[in-house]
Design a protein around this ligand. Structure first.
Ligand code: A2P
Length: 293
């Protein structure tokens, strides 16, 4: 249960029994040149045990270096990375997984996600393309290269289509989620189907941090808006992936276990008018790869 959580290393349990630390450290837009390496090391020093990256972020190698620099034991850290749209299809997916393993310098990935669904706008064979990609996930999962498998930016229709052929169901769906853009219908549907929802941009990529309504609510709890956002996700059963390049903010963003947002304030936050939305929708998913075979 989310409300039993007492610190960022406490875990939630995925549908296959794998345990996942309840707050992750995000690395989207964290640059190379040593920055990601230093940030990952700092995040692990701040107590995070869950790091989220993606092939397309271009920083998987530095995530691996930061992990090794930290001295943390591999088995104590949960690493997520994501399959990119240029690698759709069975064989390409298998090769993409090996590439990510090599870049990370790891022999298994804790959680591997389809970054974006292939959609009807790209090809009317979108269901088949997604199914073939997923078959690659299943093969690598069975081979022990992936401890858990899931998707990102999927809506109900994409999941239902995948279920037609999937032998292993996606365990996670990582969605844009923050005050001002919660996709609550989508989140609730996923959760009621046993899929853990993770939040990308839980702080709205910084865009909601100046919001007056959120500032007033956060002040009541003597917390920052960033802490309110992280706690808001947790209380809705959504696993947040906040990111910061500053060690003190990394620590602050995970210091969210000493207070509880009231039901009235949860509703007020959920009702916030749209703000901080990235503009990214699955139907506009990057279409630079049609490869489906
Ligand atoms: P910085 O790296 O300078 O801390 P999200 O996790 O939603 O993508 O948001 C990340 C953005 O929010 C980054 O620009 C980050 O900047 C900023 N940020 C993260 N934590 C905090 C915080 N506690 N206070 C203010 N800004 C923050």
């Amino acid at each position: 249960m989310m409300n039993d959580l007492t610190n960022l290393c406490d875990t939630l349990t995925l549908a296959n029994g794998v345990k996942i630390p309840c707050i992750g450290y995000g690395t989207w837009q964290t640059p190379n040149g040593g920055v990601t390496r230093r940030c990952v090391k700092d995040a692990l020093a701040a107590g995070y045990r869950h790091i989220d990256t993606a092939f397309v972020y271009g920083n998987e190698a530095e995530v691996g270096e930061g992990l090794r620099d930290s001295g943390a034991a591999r088995e104590d850290v949960f690493i997520t990375t994501k399959h990119w749209v240029t690698e759709r299809g069975y064989e390409k997916t298998l090769a993409a997984i090996d590439t990510s393993l090599q870049l990370l310098g790891l022999d298994y990935i804790d959680l591997y996600l389809v970054h974006w669904p292939c959609v009807a706008k790209v090809t009317d064979r979108w269901q088949e393309v997604n199914a073939e990609t997923w078959r690659g996930f299943e093969t690598a999962y069975r081979a022990g290269k992936l401890r858990a498998v899931g998707v990102s930016n999927y809506q109900q229709k994409h999941i239902e289509a995948l279920w037609q052929t999937a032998e292993i169901k996606p365990m996670v769906n990582q969605l844009e989620f923050h005050p001002g853009y919660t996709q609550l219908d989508n989140v609730t549907w996923m959760q009621s189907n046993g899929i853990l929802v993770e939040a990308w941009s839980p702080l709205g990529s910084g865009a909601v941090l100046q919001n007056g309504t959120l500032a007033a609510i956060a002040a009541k709890y003597h917390k920052s808006v960033a802490q309110l956002c992280v706690r808001f996700a947790l209380q809705l059963g959504v696993l947040p992936l906040p990111k910061s390049t500053a060690p003190e903010r990394m620590a602050a963003n995970a210091d969210v276990f000493g207070f509880e947002i009231s039901p009235e304030d949860m509703a007020a936050i959920a009702d916030l008018p749209r703000t901080g939305f990235s503009g990214f929708l699955p139907e506009d998913a990057p279409a630079d790869a049609l490869a489906g075979d």
